[in-house]
Design a protein. Structure first.
Length: 194
């Protein structure tokens, strides 16, 4: 997930370059792109609210979906195609965010949930200061299409070949079955956590 957040979710950095340099647009163009992405995000949130329980398969599909749709936005030949492509990008992004968050909370041990979510917060928000300047530099020197396509292809490639469905579920069950903190405390490895 850290690779996804590091190189992929830099829309606020790349969208202004995309609107201005790729489509010779202005603030209205940028607002249109963000607005359609927002409508897609709302649709994705409503879709996820209707699901009883997210799963690892949905997480993998959403990660690949974000990568593919980001690449489609990057390759959009006209502004109309880019605007239409922003709708599924908003859907896939929110489905990924909600599924990642929910999956981590539901699959982590109760005594570790706070730590897991703290690490997720660091990965989610803490990688942006490193990835955004890189994305901005690539967008500035090679063009916003290259930066978008690179992030999208990286997302899809990062997710490819990872276990999906029963294999991923098996790995999560195995991680939950590992010894808890009591065993670590008895061995002197508590690191001051209680």
């Amino acid at each position: 997930m850290s690779v996804l957040y590091l190189f992929s979710f830099n829309y606020s950095v790349l969208m202004p370059l995309f609107a201005e340099r790729t489509f010779d647009g202005d603030a209205g163009t940028l607002a249109l792109l963000f607005s359609v992405g927002g409508v897609g995000s709302l649709a994705g949130a409503l879709f996820m609210a209707s699901r009883p329980r997210p799963g690892e398969r949905m997480l993998a599909l959403a990660a690949v979906g974000v990568g593919v749709v980001t690449t489609l936005v990057a390759l959009a030949p006209t502004l109309d195609v880019a605007v239409i492509s922003m709708l599924p990008l908003g859907v896939a992004s929110i489905v990924f965010f909600v599924t990642a968050n929910s999956t981590l909370q539901l699959t982590s041990r109760p005594d570790m949930r706070g730590r897991v979510m703290a690490l997720y917060g660091i990965v989610f928000l803490g990688t942006t200061p490193f990835g955004a300047p890189v994305a901005g530099w690539i967008g500035e020197h090679f063009g916003p299409r290259v930066a978008f396509a690179g992030g999208g292809a990286g997302r899809a490639r990062d997710r490819a070949g990872r276990p999906v469905g029963p294999l991923a579920a098996r790995d999560c069950r195995a991680a939950r079955a590992r010894p808890g903190p009591d065993r670590a405390r008895r061995s002197g490895l508590s690191f001051g956590f209680r």
